[in-house]
Design a protein around this ligand. Structure first.
Ligand code: ZN
Length: 145
């Protein structure tokens, strides 16, 4: 039996592109916070940048999903990308990047592009999976108003 080297998608690899580490469908675990931000499983409010007044996504355009994913820690400008990672678990999935009102995209990082505010460049606020074309906005990195 050949011993193949299997690359673990562990914490160590998380900053090397966004790495999904699992998905779950357990609405029972939804925090009250999330319940108040969604209706019919979609964002019930306008999604805005945390740092400025840039509008990112209209209500009802993102589908709430739970998935564990590591992203570099958010910075208020892209001048100093963070070496540190956060594990994020709650996202709005957007099927088509043209649904976004304003959004900046990074260069390719592995198999993803990071999403950032188009105005102040704060990010990453999420990522686009280049294979599926789907984008994921991390709820805790944006403002819903
Ligand atoms: Zn901004």
């Amino acid at each position: 039996m050949n011993e193949e080297v299997h690359e673990e998608e562990g914490v160590g690899t998380l900053c090397n592109g966004a790495v999904p580490v699992g998905e779950s469908n357990s609405p029972a675990q939804l925090s009250e916070n999330v319940t108040s931000l969604t209706s019919d499983g979609k964002n019930s409010k306008l999604i805005m940048c945390q740092f400025c007044t840039s509008k990112i996504l209209e209500p009802q355009m993102g589908k709430f999903i739970e998935k564990e994913c590591g992203l570099p820690r958010i910075t208020a400008s892209k001048a100093a990308p963070s070496q540190e990672c956060d594990i994020l678990k709650e996202f709005f999935q957007v099927d088509n990047i043209y649904h976004f009102l304003n959004l900046g995209f990074s260069n390719n990082v592995g198999h993803v592009k990071y999403l950032a505010c188009a105005d102040c460049e704060a990010g990453p606020i999420g990522y686009q999976d280049l294979q599926s074309g789907l984008s994921y906005v991390a709820i805790e990195r944006v403002r819903l108003v």
